[in-house]
Design a binder for this molecule. Structure first.
Ligand code: GLN
Length: 488
């Protein structure tokens, strides 16, 4: 999954590597999802082919309908049974007319027959382009895609009109008229100033009421959205800006770090500051550009990544943070980089490295885990998903979490090399989180620094808008303190 094409790879508790949309679902519904919530075309075909090889189809001819579509429906059923929910939301990616999505659309069309007409509702999300020259929102693409959808046998019950500009009543009525969808089920969805306001807007437009009617659900009470309202109020307030640098390899595409960006935002709201992100390309730093930008921020985040490109730039950022005592949060690779940089200063050479980037280093500070050495298959063989971590009392990490054991999500192959524990802890590295058996370093930090903490896991996957992640919260607190001190 190239970050350039997919954006971030989101990781679930049970270690599935999924589309970033799943991260948004978790942040909005505040429930941990599982691998059952993400299905790709490749998984469907792989399953059908292996069933065929096993003889499950008794030698029958395999076809898209029914074999592929049945497998898609089986997967929807698995997700439905995994947690006994009231409603299963099935999002089909792509656009009507995509070749790839046809079997998925056929499968959801059949669902209405399978589970009953009153138990399936189709919501069609469309886009209203804005024509600047005439200053109008165009409904034609919506009309056209509804026709396409009808052509494959799906009648939308509701249409969501995504738009960058406000959608007026006339447009709503026009869409209702042309598409034969009830006017109250044509929902204007202009880009909100605050992302987390969207559920409130949906409620205001009666989306839930319509669906409760449509799906004949029992809803005994109105939803209690008071806390969410209050949270959005907080988010909308004008706040002091807090500039934070994210130093990464894919900074042209913010989607590649979407959970990191959201986590910083959540923590900012909690501290009443407006985190503004300066996206710094680590390759620029390598070329000697952009160092002055590190001077202007109150904190530095080095997020996860793979491969050597841009690594030396991230090391420059870690060095800058250490020397200038700028609060630093290292996420996975960001923790590894922080340890490599520290070891380089201890030995006074730039030989220390991760064996991911340099096989010949004399100081493999970061190295493969023994059980990973013989793996040749690179797909899905990383350390993935949730693992426990024991915090060491008295450390920054333990203070941030305020608890003894935490569970965090991983996605990496390399680890801190235990051969360097002694020399590095003697020189100011603190190992503040370990696997409960003590074998793996999960969090490292620097003594004698206001906040320089790196985690081998990805805390960004567990931050929620109303429950910012403790490490992000502590990092933003340290950055805000630095800014305060600078202003005095
Ligand atoms: N490339 C590193 C590893 O595999 C870090 C991975 C990451 O940042 N997610 O260990």
């Amino acid at each position: 999954m190239s970050p350039y094409q997919h954006g971030e790879v989101f990781v679930t508790e049970d270690g599935a590597e999924t589309d970033l949309d799943l991260g948004h679902y978790e942040r909005f519904i505040d429930e941990n999802l599982t691998r059952a919530s993400n299905t790709t075309t490749g998984q469907i075909y792989a399953e059908v082919i292996s069933k065929e090889r096993r003889g499950d189809y008794l030698g029958g001819t395999i076809q898209v309908i029914p074999h592929i579509t049945n497998e898609i429906k089986r997967r929807i059923g698995l997700a439905a049974r995994s947690s006994n929910p009231d409603v299963v939301i099935v999002e089909v990616g792509g656009t009507i007319g995509d070749i790839e999505s046809l079997p998925f659309l056929e499968a959801i069309r059949q669902m209405r027959k399978d589970v009953g007409r009153d138990h399936v509702a189709y919501i069609h999300v469309t886009w209203l382009p804005h024509i600047g020259a005439t200053n109008e929102l165009k409904t034609k693409p919506t009309q056209h895609s509804v026709h396409e959808l009808r052509g494959i046998g799906i009648n939308p019950d509701m249409i969501m009109l995504r738009s960058d500009l406000p959608v007026n009543e006339a447009i709503r009525e026009k869409v209702a008229l042309f598409t034969d969808v009830e006017p109250r089920a044509v929902i204007p969805l202009a880009t909100a100033a605050v992302l987390y306001e969207v559920p409130l807007l949906l409620e205001e437009f009666g989306v839930a009421d319509f669906l409760i009617d449509r799906l004949k659900l029992n809803a005994s009470a109105a939803p209690d959205l008071a806390d969410w309202h209050m949270m959005v109020e907080e988010m909308r307030k004008d706040k002091e800006p807090l500039p934070i640098a994210i130093v990464g390899k894919y900074v042209e595409l913010e989607d590649a770090y979407i959970s990191v960006r959201e986590s910083l935002y959540h923590a900012g709201v909690a501290h009443d500051v407006d985190v503004t992100i300066d996206w710094i390309s680590s390759e620029d730093l390598e070329k000697g550009r952009g160092l002055e930008r590190l001077d202007k921020v109150a904190g530095i985040v080095v997020p996860g990544g793979f491969g050597y490109r841009g690594i030396e730039g991230k090391i420059i950022a870690a060095k800058y943070a250490r020397e200038h005592k700028v609060p630093y949060l290292g996420l996975c690779l960001g923790m590894q980089v922080m340890c490599i940089e520290k070891m380089r200063t201890i030995v006074g050479s730039d030989d220390p490295n991760s064996t991911e980037f340099d096989h010949t280093t004399h100081y493999p500070v970061i190295d493969l885990m023994p059980e990973q050495r013989d793996i040749s298959d690179m797909g899905g063989t990383m350390r993935l998903g949730s693992y426990p971590c024991a915090l060491v009392p008295g450390t920054q990490a333990a203070r941030a979490y305020g608890t003894a054991i935490v569970h965090e999500r991983h996605r990496h192959r390399f680890e801190f090399n235990n051969a360097y524990r002694e020399v590095m802890t003697k020189n100011g590295l603190v190992l503040s989180g370990l696997s409960p058996d003590g074998r793996l370093v999960e969090i490292a930090e620097l003594a004698d620094h206001p906040f320089m903490v790196g985690s081998q896991f990805h805390p960004e996957f567990k931050s929620r808008p109303n429950r910012p992640h403790p490490l992000f919260k502590a990092f933003v607190e340290a950055a805000a303190a630095r800014l305060d001190a600078a202003e005095k």
